[in-house]
Write a protein that binds this ligand. Sequence first.
Ligand SMILES: [Fe+2]
Ligand SMILES: [Fe+2]
Length: 194
Amino acid sequence: MPKPAKPAKAPRKPAATPSPLSSTQTLRANARKRIEDGAITPGYSADRKRIISLLNAALATEWVCVLRYYRHYFMAKGMLADAVKGEFLEHAQQELAHANRIAERIVQLGGEPDLDPDTLTARAHAEYKEGRDLREMVKEDLIAERIAIDSYREMIGFIGDSDTTTKRMLEQILEQEEEHADEFADLLDGWIGK
Ligand SMILES: [Fe+2]
Ligand SMILES: [Fe+2]
C-alpha cells in the first residue's frame, strides 16, 4: 500500500533580526537627555573635540585664503589684470562663505571658532603669499587651493560616516576648491607674457 503523503511542512518563520533603528520610545527618551547640546544628540558617535579642532584648522585656512585673495584682487595689474581680478574677488567671497559655514558648524558642535588673527597663519594649512606679479599670484593661489583640496579630502576620509552633516559640508567645500584650482590651472596653462 502506498504511504500516505506527508503533510507539507509550514514554512519556517525566519528568526527575527534586531532592528538597526531605535524604537519611538528610545528616540523620545534620548531626545530629552542633555537638551542643552542642541543638534548633538546621544546618537552622535563622532569624536566631537577632534572634529572641532580639524574644523578650526580649516577655518584658519579659509581666512588666510580670504585675505590672500583680497590682497591679490587689490594689487592685480598688467594686461590680464581685469579678467583675473574678477576671479580673485569671486574666490575671496567664496572662501569667506566657506569660513562662515565652518564657523557655524563648530558652534553647532558645541565648540568655538578660533579667529584669533595673531595665530591665524600658523594654524592655517595654506600660506599667505603676496606674489610679485600677476602670474605669481595665480601660481600661489593654485598651490593654496591644492593644499586645501588635500586637507579637505583627508578630513572627509577621517570623519567618514561618523558625522554625515560635517562630511557633507566638507564635500561641498572641496568641490568648490577643486573648481578654483581647475580655473587657475587653466589660466596658467594659457598664460601669455611674463
Ligand atoms: Fe575655501
Ligand atoms: Fe578655494
